[in-house]
Design a protein around this ligand. Structure first.
Ligand SMILES: [Zn+2]
Length: 454
């Protein structure tokens, strides 16, 4: 009883989701500030309707957080439920088949900005609590704390400072993150690892002003050439990062993980030619593909600025060059340590005649949860039951900074139960969410809470 939604429940959910999606809560756009607040209020009201009356907005620097707690299940675990109500900008508008903030159902999908990232997933958490409240006569099988933010797409500074300042209030046994995707349709998936990041710029300075390459070429230092030498010194042609000490803390995947990844439904040729659109894959030749994208650190160059890049010819030896670079980090690397290692490696690789310095822009911790953790186990069981297939464990090469914050500040493992699909068009035109995944997501979440509370 109560495992799956009635037609009435689905219809109500769909109407409420549409109302949520109609609010253009674009967090990066100042002109949407009021809409962002309206979305926060919508979430607060929805949690109250679900049966937690103390739902409130937490004001601070930036956009409000929505917080609510229900702690009347003594002796049962406490879950911190995370989602976000802000969305990416909808541009380019003319590539949308229907307007981004006028949600439309076509087939089994709902199309709108935020459909999958993350309104269609945040509502799963709210609706699961609502159903369990109704079934339990106002009681839940576990204790819950909602923490829904409105700055996920713009750096999440408010939530990060709030979590670090309020570990007591947010104390929990595990965080449940509803903001990831399944590996393939109908394949229940738990993401147990995320990469962190260090992003910054390498500033290379040569002479104190631009020079004529005819008059001074042959003696003047060239910072563009120097920048290229530094970059190639930091990573070799086979994708090995040459920053001393960089791999020291890298935790290799377990044999169990390696075997599971080798069994994932995956076509390498299609991935190479269609998804990536390249002639071949690169990187460490001795490391399997998923390990390279999920369990190994990266070093990537994003842009090089300096010198003359216009039409025609200008014979200049530029005075400076700036290289934007990042490294993705994996457990147990620490951003603070990686930054020092990068700085030292840049200094060492810097050729004579120029100076080079690494300047940090932002960083985030990597995270990794042991699949044997009971909160992961029960989630895997609940999803397997609802989807009718064994749950697969994957990692993600990307970063969800809040997971690292929950890990470091609350010492809480994050359970990433995501119901998006790989082709949901996140951050792109025609974003969609598969409606059956929302309904099954609610079922799986209810089942998970029940198993934890049993
Ligand atoms: Zn998201």
């Amino acid at each position: 009883m109560g495992m799956t939604a009635s037609a009435q429940e689905r219809e109500t959910l769909l109407e409420q989701l549409k109302a949520f999606l109609r609010i253009p809560s674009v967090s990066t756009a100042p002109e949407h500030k009021d809409d962002v607040r309206r979305a926060a209020e919508w979430v607060r009201d929805a949690i109250q309707r679900a049966g937690i009356g103390n739902a409130e907005l937490i004001e601070g620097e930036g956009n409000p957080l929505v917080y609510a707690e229900w702690l009347q299940a003594p002796g049962k675990p406490t879950l911190l439920l995370y989602g976000h109500y802000d969305v990416q900008p909808p541009d380019p508008l003319d590539e949308w088949k229907t307007p981004p903030f006028e949600p439309e159902v076509r087939g089994d999908n709902i199309y709108a900005r935020g459909a999958a990232d993350d309104k269609g997933q945040t509502i799963i958490l709210i609706k699961a609590v609502e159903r369990l409240m109704r079934e339990g006569g106002g009681k839940l099988p576990v204790n819950v704390k909602f923490l829904i933010e409105g700055e996920e797409e713009v750096g999440g500074e408010h939530i990060e400072s709030y979590v670090k300042a309020n570990p007591g209030r947010l104390k929990c046994n595990a965080a449940v993150i509803c903001d990831t995707e399944m590996f393939a349709p109908d394949l229940p998936t738990l993401c147990v690892g995320l990469r962190g990041i260090v992003y910054g710029e390498i500033h290379v300075q040569g002479a104190d002003h631009d020079l004529h390459s005819g008059v001074y070429g042959g003696v003047a230092p060239n910072p563009m050439q120097a920048a290229a030498e530094i970059i190639t010194a930091l990573k070799d042609r086979d994708g090995h990062i040459r920053i001393p000490g960089f791999y020291d803390r890298v935790v290799p995947p377990s044999d169990k993980e390696r075997e599971a990844w080798a069994r994932l439904p995956f076509d390498e040729k299609e991935y190479t030619t269609k998804e990536i659109g390249a002639s071949e894959l690169v990187g460490e030749p001795e490391v399997p593909l998923f390990e390279r994208t999920w369990a190994r650190p990266t070093f990537e160059v994003h842009g090089i600025r300096g010198g003359f890049t216009g039409e025609g010819a200008k014979t200049v030896i530029p005075a400076r060059a700036v290289v934007k670079v990042s490294t993705r980090l994996v457990a147990d690397q620490r951003p603070a340590e990686a930054i020092e290692q990068i700085k030292a490696a840049v200094k060492t690789a810097c050729p004579r005649g120029v100076t080079a310095e690494f300047k940090l822009i932002h960083g985030a911790e990597p995270s990794l949860v042991n699949p044997d953790n009971p909160f992961i186990q029960k989630s895997a069981e609940a999803m397997a039951q609802v989807f009718g297939k064994p749950t697969v464990y994957i990692r993600s090469g990307g970063s969800i900074p809040i997971v690292g914050v929950f890990d470091q500040a609350l010492h809480a493992p994050s359970v990433m139960m995501g119901f998006g699909l790989p082709d949901d068009n996140l951050h792109a035109p025609n974003e969609k969410m598969h409606l059956p995944n929302i309904y099954r997501g609610v079922d799986a979440m209810c089942e998970y809470f029940k198993r934890l509370g049993a």
